[in-house]
Design a protein around this ligand. Structure first.
Ligand SMILES: Cc1cc2nc3c(=O)[nH]c(=O)nc-3n(C[C@H](O)[C@H](O)[C@H](O)COP(=O)(O)O)c2cc1C
Length: 362
């Protein structure tokens, strides 16, 4: 297949990117303990993948409260900022670009992970199904505590401080994680947001927190260095929404006022219900770049770009197992399969030891 568009240049915000293949955010739970600090192994992993036009980091907790899984990195301490600095240096030494994904998990946490064993917080006191991955093993999720109205400014402040810290760590920009059932998504969708104050009920109210967060983050970075990730039809983390098209059409229209670099859309992930959703409507409404994600191959990505459905395509699992994914796609080389047993936690096995084409030929 001819990947003419996939390997053509394109600007993203004010960055000139050499092609259209983006590395999707991928949680790998391998930060140094104690302190959730990015380390040299993490730097090697990202450097290996720097042939991506843009790397989006694994989701990174903006505060201790924002943490939901054992061993995920943070961006709220001096040691973490320093650790990330080594990663941004490594990626920049390869002339690539890297954005940090800013993450608050909301209810997808556990008191065993929280400071002073506090309950996780959420828009409403509704538990997620399943179990949390903690340092003490898998524990049943608890009913979270609904945030008080007067606590919401402190959530917004956490995003602002994390955005400042990411800048200090040398990132090229940040992606606001409003997807996959975490705090901002919990506010957006009506299955998790049952509030009856100005942050719940109408679509206007449910999108309020996300828009407030975007505002403070662009105050730090400027719109051209900020993206946002959404998953309109996602059901991961027990999510549901009665009218996703109306909700996301409204949100994306409102996002236009910020002149963001990109809208990153998880179009499918796991067993979500995307058949009835028109992603092209979001693409049409949005005034920045559209990054498509979810189950793409090189061929599907080229088709999406060629038919003007997207500007960039992000690859998740394929990047775990193929550090040189763009070159493999270009050459039509077979891809290594990803091993789910080594996705979360562990050492270099299943992390930095996947062979690239160069390794295979030596
Ligand atoms: C191991 C693993 C970790 C992930 N971690 C994140 C994450 O930190 N943030 C996020 O927004 N999505 C995360 N995702 C979702 C991916 O970014 C992506 O949306 C999903 O894998 C679908 O894309 P793909 O078909 O190209 O893999 C993760 C997926 C996997 C498999």
């Amino acid at each position: 297949m001819n990947f003419k568009t996939l390997f053509s240049e394109k600007t993203l915000g004010d960055l000139d990117l050499p092609h259209r293949i983006v590395m999707a955010p991928l949680t790998r739970c391998r930060s140094s303990q104690p302190g959730d600090i990015p380390n040299a192994l993490n730097a090697e992993y990202y450097k290996q993948r720097s042939s991506a036009a843009l790397i989006i980091t694994e989701a990174t907790q903006i505060s201790p409260q924002g943490k939901g899984y054992a061993f995920t990195p943070g961006i709220h301490s001096a040691e973490q900022i320093q650790g990330w600095g080594k990663i941004t240096d490594a990626v920049h030494s390869e002339n690539s670009h890297i954005f940090m994904q800013l993450w608050h998990v909301g209810r997808v946490s556990h008191s065993a992970i929280q400071v002073d064993n506090a309950l996780p917080v959420a828009p409403s006191a509704i538990a997620v199904e399943g179990q949390a991955f903690t340092e003490q093993g898998m524990l049943d999720f608890e009913v979270p505590r609904a945030l008080e109205l007067n606590e919401i400014p402190s959530i917004v402040e956490q995003y602002k401080q994390a955005a400042i810290n990411a800048k200090q760590a040398g990132f090229d920009g940040v992606e606001i994680h409003a997807a996959n059932g975490y705090l901002l998504d919990q506010f957006l969708k009506d299955g998790t947001n049952k509030r009856n104050d100005i942050y719940g009920g109408s679509i206007e109210n449910r999108t309020r927190l996300v828009l407030e967060v975007v505002q403070v983050v662009i105050d730090v970075w400027g719109g051209s260095r900020v993206g946002i990730r959404i998953s309109p039809t996602g059901t991961f983390n027990s999510m549901s929404e009665t009218n996703p098209q109306a909700l996301y059409n409204y949100l994306v229209d409102k996002l236009n006022q910020f002149n963001l670099a990109y809208l990153h859309v998880v179009e499918r992930f796991g067993d979500d219900a995307s058949e009835d959703f028109d992603f092209y409507e979001l693409r049409r409404i949005f005034n920045g770049a559209y990054i498509a994600n979810g189950g793409y191959t090189g061929q599907l990505a080229e088709q999406s770009l060629d038919s003007n459905q997207s500007d960039f395509v992000a690859f998740g699992a394929p990047f775990i197992a193929n550090p040189d994914l763009p070159e493999k796609i270009k050459q039509g080389a077979p891809l290594n399969p990803a091993d789910p047993d080594t996705f979360y936690g562990g050492d270099s096995k299943g992390y930095t030891d996947y062979p690239s084409l160069v390794d295979a030929s030596t």
